[in-house]
Design a protein around this ligand. Structure first.
Ligand code: BJW
Length: 245
């Protein structure tokens, strides 16, 4: 049962921020970061592959992991959580979607104002110039080489120890500070600086809502904790707030 008070707050708020994490794509079949990996990748922890050190040590391994993830994501669809968040963008003029995910599923679901904190799985960068590269010679080498400077190419994502895009970070800090309702959805709330956004919103007076089947470090301060899968809870919230028909 969803609390009626929360529905009213959501409908009345002029600034609503939703921060999503890997859990929002779990019901599409995209493994979360802290799930054990399966198949070919079961010997590795995702956290140990998403680092500059891993890429330096074994660029082929890291490149191939991202290539595998791209093909996995190409084969899945947005789920009811992504779709409901896209609808919320249409219902609430002051709705802002911040995601830690790199899978592009929010965009495919119809969200248009997505602030992506950790980059884009489908963007490729030159590892030396840090600029986007759209075409390269594919002779089977992993990673392929930059056509301009011959440095290895890398995925356009933010690894541990790397800084987040400054323009996006400034925007999300400002939005979190003025939000009236802050929804933390499907994130373990462990990785900084994203994990601090909900706390910042809380300290600025926002109503903090956690949607997650498991407890996180945010659970203790959240005003509303909705335990369960995002793909069930967010559509239910939407349906109660704006009943169809
Ligand atoms: C469901 C569900 C369902 C399941 N419905 N829910 C301050 C203190 C300590 C350390 C640091 C600090 N500041 C910076 C750091 C270092 C580091 C960090 O945070 N380390 C922590 C581990 C402690 N941060 C950084 O390095 C960041 N850079 C930075 O801050 O630069 C400045 C700086 C540098 C160096 C030192 C100090 C300052 C960069 C972080 C980049 C993170 N990148 C990754 C990889 C992206 C590319 C890729 O995808 O490969 O981003 S790591 C990974 O974690 C990925 C995710 O976006 C991110 C967050 O994970 P998320 O989304 O929360 O997923 P999970 O798997 O953890 O959780 C899933 C949740 O879903 C669970 O809770 C489930 O229960 C739930 N769930 N099914 C709803 N159906």
């Amino acid at each position: 049962m969803l609390p009626g008070g929360l529905i009213d707050l959501l409908k009345d708020a002029t600034e609503v921020v939703a921060l999503t994490g890997a859990g929002v794509s779990a019901e599409s079949g995209v493994p979360t970061f802290r799930d054990a990996q399966t198949g070919l990748w079961s010997r590795y922890r995702a956290e140990d592959l998403a680092t500059p050190a891993a890429f330096q040590r074994d660029p082929a391994l890291v490149w191939n992991w991202y290539a595998w993830r791209r093909s996995l994501v190409e084969g899945v669809k947005p789920n009811p959580a992504h779709l409901a968040l896209a609808t919320l963008e249409q219902r609430l003029p002051g709705f802002h979607l911040i995601t830690q995910n790199v899978d592009g599923l929010h965009f495919r679901a119809g969200s248009r104002k997505v602030l992506a904190l950790h980059g884009d799985l489908f963007l490729t960068l030159c590892s030396a110039e840090k600029t986007p590269v759209e075409t390269w010679r594919d002779d089977g080498e992993a990673p392929p080489r930059c056509p301009r400077c011959d440095a290895p190419l890398r995925p356009g994502v933010v690894w541990f120890g790397e800084t987040l895009p400054q323009d996006v970070l400034s925007k999300v800090l400002a939005l979190s500070a003025v939000s009236q309702v802050f929804l933390s959805i499907g994130t373990s709330a462990l990785v900084q600086p994203a994990a601090s956004l909900a706390r910042m919103a809380y300290e600025s007076g926002a109503v903090v809502v956690e949607i997650n089947p498991e407890a996180t470090p945010l659970s203790d301060i959240a005003h509303f904790v909705l335990r369960g899968p995002a793909g069930e809870i967010i559509p239910a919230l939407l349906e109660i707030a704006w009943p169809a028909g």
